[in-house]
Design a protein. Structure first.
Length: 293
C-alpha cells in the first residue's frame, strides 16, 4: 500500500491541472497516489485525466461528483483515502521537486500516536517562503498554537493522518459552496499535536478565481456555514478573548443567515449575549465597507 495520497479537488481547471501532474511525474519517490476529486467540471478535465492514466507514469484515482463546493469535494475525497497520510495540492498549485520524499522521510522518522500530521512550508514560484519562517527551536505544537502564540503567519501546507482527517466531516448546507477548512484542524487540536517540518513541499501561485479570494462575499453567501463554524469552534478554548471574537462573528453571520435566535443556539450563551450589540454593529460595518470580490 502506498504511504501518501496527494488530493486535488478541481472544478473546471483543465487549463492549469497539468502543472500538478507534471510536478508529480517529476517526483523521484513514487510512494504516493494522486486522488483527483472532480467537483462537477464541464470542461475537458476527465479526458485530460484519462490520458494521464493511460500514460501510466503515476498512480491516479479519479472520481466525479456533482458540484457542491470545495468542502463537499474534500468530504468525498477523504472518504476514498486508504493511505497512511495525505496532503492537499490545489489545482492551481504544484508539488515542489522532491516533496514526496521529504514528506514521507520526515513522517517516518518522527510520527507518534499523539501526532496528527505535519506543518510544512509553501513557496511562491520564485522560491520565496509564503508567510513567516518556522518558529526556531520548536519541533511540534498545536495547530492553533502555531498561528497564535508562536506567531505563524501565511499559507502553510498541512499533511494529516488519513484516519484522523476522515473524522468530523465538513457540514454541508444547501446552496452554500464553502465551509472553512480549519474546522477539522481546530477540532483535532484538542487531542493531537502537529510536527513542524521546515521544508518547502508546495509551490503556490494565487489565481484571482481561487478560493483564497472573495472571502468577504462568502461571509454573505455561505452564512449558515460560517455561523456554524464560529459556534462550534467557540467550544475549543476557554480564553475569553478567543470566545468573544468567535461570538462577534457568529452574531454577524446569524444576521446574514436569517437566524432569529442566535443566543438560544449558541454554545457560549453568556459570551453571545455580550456580543449581541457589537455583533450587530459588525454586521452593519461589513455591509457598508467596500471590499473587492
Amino acid at each position: 500500500m502506498k504511504t501518501l495520497t496527494v488530493i486535488t479537488t478541481t472544478y473546471n481547471r483543465d487549463y492549469c491541472l497539468g502543472q500538478v501532474y507534471d510536478s508529480l511525474v517529476r517526483q523521484e519517490n513514487n510512494d504516493f497516489i494522486w486522488l483527483i476529486m472532480d467537483d462537477g467540471s464541464s470542461d475537458n478535465t476527465k479526458s485530460l485525466v484519462d490520458s494521464w492514466i493511460a500514460e501510466n507514469k503515476i498512480e491516479i484515482e479519479y472520481y466525479y461528483k456533482e458540484n457542491g463546493g470545495m468542502h463537499t469535494a474534500r468530504n468525498a475525497a477523504y472518504e476514498k483515502l486508504h493511505t497512511e497520510i495525505n496532503v492537499i495540492i490545489d489545482s492551481d498549485d504544484w508539488m515542489a521537486d522532491g516533496a514526496v520524499e521529504k514528506i514521507i522521510t520526515f513522517w517516518n522518522e518522527n510520527k507518534r500516536d499523539d501526532i496528527a500530521g505535519m506543518i510544512c512550508q509553501n513557496a511562491d514560484p520564485n522560491g520565496n517562503i509564503i508567510g513567516s519562517p518556522m518558529p526556531k527551536g520548536i519541533k511540534e505544537c498545536k495547530f492553533r498554537e502555531f498561528f497564535g502564540k508562536l506567531g505563524g503567519k501565511g499559507d502553510k501546507k498541512l499533511v494529516y493522518r488519513s484516519d484522523l482527517i476522515k473524522l468530523n466531516p465538513f457540514p454541508e448546507f444547501e446552496g452554500e459552496k464553502f465551509y472553512p477548512a480549519s474546522y477539522k484542524y481546530i477540532l483535532l487540536d484538542q487531542e493531537y499535536k502537529m510536527l513542524i517540518c521546515d521544508e518547502v513541499v508546495c509551490i503556490v501561485d494565487y489565481n484571482p478565481d481561487s478560493m483564497t479570494f472573495g472571502k468577504f462575499k462568502q461571509y454573505q453567501t455561505c452564512a449558515n456555514g460560517f455561523a456554524h463554524f464560529r459556534n462550534e469552534t467557540s467550544k475549543v478554548s476557554n480564553e475569553p478573548k478567543y470566545i468573544l471574537n468567535q461570538m462577534l462573528h457568529y452574531i454577524a453571520e446569524c444576521k446574514y443567515a436569517g437566524i432569529k435566535h442566535p443566543i438560544k443556539n449558541a454554545h457560549r450563551k453568556f459570551y453571545a449575549a455580550l456580543m449581541l450589540i457589537p455583533g450587530n454593529l459588525f454586521y452593519i460595518y461589513l455591509n457598508k465597507t467596500k471590499r473587492k470580490y
